[in-house]
Structures are given as structure tokens and as C-alpha cells.
Write a protein that binds this ligand. Structure first.
Ligand SMILES: Cc1cc2nc3c(=O)[nH]c(=O)nc-3n(C[C@H](O)[C@H](O)[C@H](O)COP(=O)(O)OP(=O)(O)OC[C@H]3O[C@@H](n4cnc5c(N)ncnc54)[C@H](O)[C@@H]3O)c2cc1C
Length: 390
């Protein structure tokens, strides 16, 4: 009797989802890909994506090649392909591997929850053509919803308006800006990449630097936290993206330690793919990099694990993922929260220091010294009214 193949729901039809679908089918999984837009492509989709008309890749065709579907003409006419060529490349790949019959477009996934009785997961989605809400059971779920689409919210403008504005701006106004103002939130750490010209531009008055928090953006102005209003013609948003995983039920969000507002590391997963105590769900392409090579490898790994071709990592292996765990220096913060709550509070709220990796050693001398310094720093910098945070 032929074995019934396991089912997998893949959420997202960009590179990550399309790689996952092809690998899932190759590993004999019964796969369905859900894409909320009316076509695949994700960020490269010419209608709903994020590319402006004349945008080219910043990674050469050599590095952004699909490992089992090389560019047909090598070298192609350009070393850095246009966004239209990339979209065509992905669409051709989907055609070549006959993926379209397993793709459902206009299907926005609204909820993924664990199916505690039967095992596996329940996936709910809305068919945007009919408005119908549908729920289906799957053995496995692959989340491939991307990381570069949801802007950090600035209230009034809708995401589509912002996306359209972004495309238009790069096409038409680059190089024609008058004197730009740079707004930096005063009490947030800034991850600034400062250009060689930055200081000169500020000195020459070509760039005006303002320390203010923008609390709202309207069509022609910015509203600052001191209540003042700043008229602007154009806005370049550089405050990062949030990863929208709102469709995951709370139990799954807790397992991956999802923090929506964290623009650097919104989820914690082993090799950015699996997480302990949540078998059967994998994340593809949910990491900060623009590298399709890693997405492809992640997709190959996840689908081989789901098909049983290779063993999944154990919970213990996943928990020992960090270098600190490998050298047995991971502090046990949970027990610290009861054994020494004031130290726990200092570490959690104030003092961010490598000394924490000396707290769990058997060497009491190291241990005591680390605690002593942490307490001194906490006292010096966080308990004086006029000292700002480190
Ligand atoms: C301007 C720009 C330039 C870039 N340049 C390069 C480059 O030169 N080279 C390179 O390799 N990479 C580049 N990248 C990086 C790019 O992120 C990756 O190449 C790749 O497109 C990411 O694919 P993805 O599938 O992970 O995400 P996405 O392309 O974002 O795809 C995610 C898909 O999931 C869908 N989705 C989301 N939520 C749901 C839901 N609830 N239900 C159903 N579907 C959903 C979305 O509609 C989307 O189609 C660039 C990115 C940008 C923005």
C-alpha cells in the first residue's frame, strides 16, 4: 500500500516560499503555498512588491543564482540583473518545476494554531476573491512571509500608500532633494551607518540634524513629540521594518520569543529555522540578510526534516545553539530571578555586559567579581538622577 504523504502549508510566495514549495514536492510532501497577493514574487512582484522601476540587484547574478536552476545565458547581459529579470527568473523557476498547481494566490493566512488533538497545525485563510474564510489541517507549516515589507508604523499613512510612495520616490526625485533634515530619536540607540561626507555636510549646512521623535506623518508634514509641525515635500523612511507574524497563535509566538517591535532579531530560532518545543513549524528567510542562498539551504533542510529524510535537531541541540552554551557559560537567568532578584533586575533592565557569561562558572572568584562590578555599574550609572543611560 502506498504511504500517504504528509502535508505542509507554506505561507508566502516570495523566494523563500517558492524554494520551500519546490523542495517540499521533491521530498514527496503534499504541499500548498498560500500567497495573499494575486501573484507570486514577494518583494520582486512588479504590482505589489517593493522595487522601483529602474532598480537593479546589489548582489551579482553569480551570488543570486538558484543552485539547481542556473541562469540560462551565462553571463547574462548584466552582472547585476534588473528587478524585472529577477522576477522573470523566479517565475520561470516556478514554471520549470511545475509549482503553480500547488499555489493558491489571493489567500491571506489569518491564523496558524496548533492542533493539539490530532497533531499538526490548523491554518485559516481568507480567499480575497470570494471573501470566504477557510480552515485546513496540515502536518507541518513553513512560514516564509518575509521581513522587509512592514514599515515601522508612523500612524496615519497606510502601508500601500507608503509602498507606492517609496517606488515613486526612487524613480523620480533621487538627487533632486533640497536641504534634507535627519531626525534621530533622542532616547533610542541609533544604528547609524555614517558616510564619510556626513560631518562635512552638517558643517556646510547641506544636512540639518534634528534631535526629535517623529510621532506622526501626514501627507505634507511631520508631527514631532514636542507638538511642533515640520512641513516636508518628501520623506525617506530609514527606521527599519517590523516582521508581521500576527497570524501565529500566542503559544507559537511565545515559543519563538517573537517581539514585533524588535527590528533586529524579532524571533529566536535554531539556525533561524526551528525552535524547541514547537516541532513541525519552520521559518524560512526570517533573518536579516539579502541572501537567497541561505533561504534555499533552509528550505532544503526544513523539507528534508519534515519528510523524515533527515533527523530533526533535538530540543537539547536547539537550546545549546549559542556559543555561550557550548562553553557552558550560559547564565541561568530563570533561577537567578528567584535566587538574586536584584541582580536579575539589574541585568535585565540596565546593565548589558559580557560579565554575565562569568556568572555560571564554578569559579566563585570570577563569579563574585562579576557580580561586584555589575552592582557598581548599576549604582554608578542607573541610580544617579543626572546620569543618562549607558
Ligand atoms: C529594495 C530591495 C533590494 C533588494 N536587493 C536584493 C538583491 O540585490 N539580491 C538579493 O538576493 N536580495 C535582495 N533583496 C532582499 C530580498 O529580501 C530577497 O531577495 C527576497 O526577495 C526575500 O524573499 P522572501 O520570500 O523571504 O520575502 P518576500 O519577498 O517579502 O515574500 C514574502 C511573501 O509572503 C507573502 N505574505 C506575507 N504575509 C502573508 C500572509 N499572512 N498570508 C499569505 N501570504 C503572505 C507576501 O505577500 C510575499 O509575497 C532586496 C530587497 C529589497 C527590498
Amino acid at each position: 500500500m502506498e504511504e500517504v504523504s504528509k502535508s505542509v502549508a507554506i505561507i508566502g510566495g516570495g523566494f523563500s516560499g517558492i524554494f520551500s514549495l519546490k523542495e517540499a514536492l521533491e521530498n514527496r510532501l503534499s504541499a500548498t503555498l498560500f500567497e495573499r497577493e494575486n501573484a507570486i514574487g514577494g518583494l520582486w512582484n512588479p504590482e505589489s512588491g517593493a522595487m522601483w522601476d529602474n532598480m537593479c540587484t546589489n548582489i551579482s547574478f553569480v551570488s543570486s543564482m538558484i543552485s539547481d536552476y542556473p541562469w540560462t545565458s551565462i553571463p547574462p547581459e548584466r552582472e547585476f540583473p534588473t528587478n524585472q529579470q529577477i522576477f522573470k527568473y523566479l517565475s520561470d523557476y516556478a514554471n520549470h518545476f511545475k509549482l503553480y498547481e500547488n499555489i493558491q494566490c489571493n489567500a491571506k493566512v489569518t491564523k496558524v494554531s496548533r492542533n493539539h488533538q490530532q497533531g499538526g497545525y490548523q491554518v485559516e485563510y481568507i480567499n480575497s476573491a470570494t471573501g470566504q474564510s477557510i480552515s485546513k489541517a496540515f502536518d507541518f507549516v513553513i512560514v516564509a512571509t518575509g521581513i522587509l515589507k512592514s514599515f515601522l508604523s508612523l500612524a496615519t499613512l497606510k502601508e500601500e500608500e507608503l509602498a507606492a510612495a517609496r517606488r515613486k520616490m526612487f524613480d523620480s526625485i533621487c538627487g533632486q532633494l533640497s536641504i534634507p533634515s535627519l531626525f534621530i530619536e533622542p532616547d533610542q540607540p541609533s544604528f547609524l551607518a555614517i558616510s564619510d561626507d556626513y560631518c562635512k555636510q552638517v558643517r556646510d549646512g547641506c544636512l540639518i540634524f534634528k534631535k526629535a521623535k517623529v510621532v506622526e506623518m501626514t501627507k505634507d508634514s511631520l508631527i514631532l513629540d514636542d507638538g511642533s509641525l515640520e512641513r516636508v515635500d518628501d520623506v525617506i523612511l530609514c527606521q527599519g521594518y517590523t516582521v508581521d507574524l500576527s497570524f501565529l497563535e500566542q503559544e507559537i509566538k511565545d515559543a519563538i520569543q517573537y517581539i514585533e517591535s524588535d527590528t533586529i532579531q524579532p524571533i529566536i530560532a535554531h539556525k533561524e529555522v526551528f525552535c524547541p518545543s514547537m516541532p513541525g513549524i519552520a521559518f524560512i528567510g526570517i533573518y536579516k540578510s539579502a541572501d537567497t542562498t541561505v533561504m534555499e539551504l533552509q528550505a532544503r533542510w526544513a523539507t528534508k526534516v519534515f519528510s523524515g529524510a533527515i533527523k530533526p535537531p533535538t530540543d537539547e541541540e536547539m537550546r545549546k545553539d549559542s556559543i555561550a552554551a557550548a562553553v557552558q557559560a550560559m547564565p541561568d537567568l530563570k533561577s537567578l530571578s528567584t535566587s538574586n532578584p536584584s541582580l536579575y533586575k539589574m541585568l535585565y533592565s540596565n546593565v548589558n555586559t559580557p560579565l554575565i557569561y562569568r556568572l555560571s562558572t564554578n569559579n566563585t572568584q570570577h563569579n563574585d567579581r562579576a557580580i561586584q562590578i555589575i552592582e557598581e555599574i548599576d549604582k554608578l550609572y542607573y541610580h544617579q538622577p543626572n546620569k543618562s543611560n549607558l
